[in-house]
Design a protein around this ligand. Structure first.
Ligand code: GLC
Length: 550
């Protein structure tokens, strides 16, 4: 099967199904709601959808704990609704990719239930160990969500490894039977017509033999022993050769802590390419150290370095995935922009990433400039990692301080209900919603922004439309200017026919600026700007412009 690389011309929209739109009034987002909104998604210029998990799940990690890989959760409408949704999306020329979560399952999955009872062939589907002779846990690894990475199972009377929540036991990918299951799952969805997968923490699936203790890291102990582990490329090649190569599909791999050099071992466009694109988090670390829960001041230079590094180092070798938001991070305006200049900074941030080379992804609500949520109690949070943080970590902070930290760092900030209009529950449901709506929904919603030419929503449409027309964005070369500036981000894209200059101010003040010498703004055409009357030599707060020459 020839791979047409269609994803290089696609703009994706990520749907977090629970909070997107409830079509049947039971308070839970579902596929009926998605079907209603397909035209809306298409109207943004998006022609691909990534669904966060839709499979049956007890919901310990909002669906990232799967109890049946070959079905759709009835709460989202079941398989029939999914098939309709897929057909309707395809009818509109849109691609659909599924989240594929195979590092772990739910502990309620039949495989785990049988494994804990040592029923073959499931006995070794998971990573089971007894305590060590000295009575210690099998190793000292941490889980990402809930304390240590080992939990005792009273049925099997052994410990199982879980790199995430207690209810997310890790699969033993070294077992060939488990890999056969993965291939079966892939074929099942691809045969149904799905166009590819976003592969959840896929770089974690191969653990170092012997599961050694981590003697280096103070936190996230173990990560160097399972991230990009010993057999990762062999397993991915197996999935590629036996399944993925037989379909014109794409794969997007979530890869925590990855450098371009390591990424190229997966995505280099040569004959050994195993994955099409990677989700790398470097651009998500400009206001934190390593990850969201170690917040720092926002440093534009860090963000620019991340953008530049990936644009430059992958150029001509591998394909970039571009994003500023997803379901794992707080809202970008609240982080890198300014809630006080919400509209201007929302548009500026869109401009900053949408004209780079790669495949852009938008996350629901980003296109209307949604911001972080500020609940009055920690108990309003749903996310397993957020709740664990509040109840078990940062014990030196007062409850109030911890709550404030959640406002800033919790991924639930991006999981509140999609804001469709100013009616009750933001038009998300006619029933009792499963989760909260941000208190600002009367001001920030789709219905209000639709007719407003200057809204964030219509700016996204404009920017995506322009991007699609510009060959230099899709195939050209990236070059950055004023790299040292801590408020100005400026880059050009050029091919042999045209060039653009993108100018973004990350400052909340009016600032003087000069374009790079070789760009004569008066000879170019200003094709995008988030202010009506920009001035020649100064930029308004969070101003963004794009100039074009051919
Ligand atoms: C990935 C997902 C995240 C999930 C975790 C465990 O990082 O993006 O939402 O909680 O994996 O599956």
């Amino acid at each position: 099967m020839v791979h047409t690389d269609w994803y290089k011309n696609t703009v994706f929209y990520q749907i977090w199904p629970r909070s997107f739109r409830d079509g049947n009034g039971d308070g839970m987002g579902d596929l009926y709601g998605v079907i209603e909104k397909l035209d809306y998604i298409k109207s943004l210029g998006c022609d691909g959808i990534w669904f966060s998990p839709l499979y049956p799940s007890p919901g310990a990690d909002c669906g990232y704990d799967i109890s049946d890989y070959m079905d759709i959760d009835p709460q989202f409408g079941g398989m029939e609704a999914f098939e309709t949704c897929l057909r309707e999306a395809h009818n509109r020329g849109m691609k659909v990719i599924m989240d594929l979560v195979i590092n772990h399952t739910s502990d309620e999955h039949e495989w785990f239930q049988k494994s804990r009872r040592r029923i073959d062939p499931y006995t070794d589907y998971y990573i089971w160990r007894p305590l060590r002779d000295d009575g210690k846990l099998p190793n000292n690894w941490d889980s990402h969500f809930e304390g240590k990475a080992w939990t005792f199972d009273p049925v099997r009377r052994e410990y199982y490894l879980h790199l995430f929540a207690v209810k997310q036991p890790d699969l033993n990918m070294d077992n060939p039977l488990v890999r056969e299951e993965v291939k079966k799952i892939m074929r099942f969805w691809l045969d149904k017509g799905v166009d590819g997968f976003r592969e959840d923490v896929i770089t974690f699936i191969s653990k170092k033999e012997g599961l050694p203790d981590d003697r280096i890291l103070p936190v996230y102990k173990g990560i160097f022993y399972y991230n990009h582990g010993p057999h990762i490329h062999a397993y991915l090649r197996e999935f590629r050769d036996e399944v993925l190569s037989q379909y014109d599909c794409m794969t997007l791999a979530e890869a925590p802590m990855v450098t371009p050099k390591v990424a190229l071992k997966y995505i280099d466009e040569g004959p050994d390419k195993q994955i099409d694109m990677m989700i790398q988090n470097e651009a998500m670390c400009a206001d934190c150290f390593f990850q969201d829960y170690f917040p720092t001041k926002f440093h534009l230079r860090k963000l620019k370095r991340a953008f530049r590094t990936w644009q430059k180092k992958l150029d001509g070798k591998g394909w970039n995935m571009l994003f500023l938001e997803n379901h794992d991070h707080p809202r970008i305006i609240s982080r890198y922009g300014s809630e006080a200049f919400r509209e201007a900074s929302g548009k500026m941030l869109a401009t900053a990433y949408l004209f780079q080379k790669g495949t852009p992804f938008l996350y629901q609500g980003q296109e209307i400039g949604m911001t972080n949520w500020h609940p009055s109690s920690w108990e309003d949070y749903e996310d397993v990692a957020t709740r664990y943080y509040y109840t078990h970590k940062a014990r030196k902070l007062t409850p109030r301080q911890r709550l404030h930290k959640l406002w800033r760092c919790s991924r639930d900030s991006a999981r509140t209900l999609m804001q469709w209009d100013d009616s009750e529950n933001a038009g998300f449901t006619t029933g009792k919603p499963w989760f909260a709506v941000n208190e600002n929904y009367r001001e920030i919603n789709v219905a209000r922004q639709e007719p407003d030419r200057n809204s964030v929503l219509n700016y996204y449409r404009l920017a995506i439309g322009l991007r699609k027309k510009l060959s230099c964005v899709r195939w050209g070369t990236y070059q950055e200017y004023r790299k040292g500036s801590d408020w100005l981000y400026m880059y050009s894209m050029r091919d042999d026919r045209q060039k653009i200059l993108v100018i973004c101010s990350f400052s909340d003040r009016v600032r003087k600026f000069r374009p790079p010498k070789e760009f004569h703004l008066d000879k170019g055409k200003r094709i995008l700007c988030n202010y009506p009357e920009p001035e020649e030599d100064r930029l308004n707060p969070y101003e963004a412009r794009v100039y074009f020459w051919n």
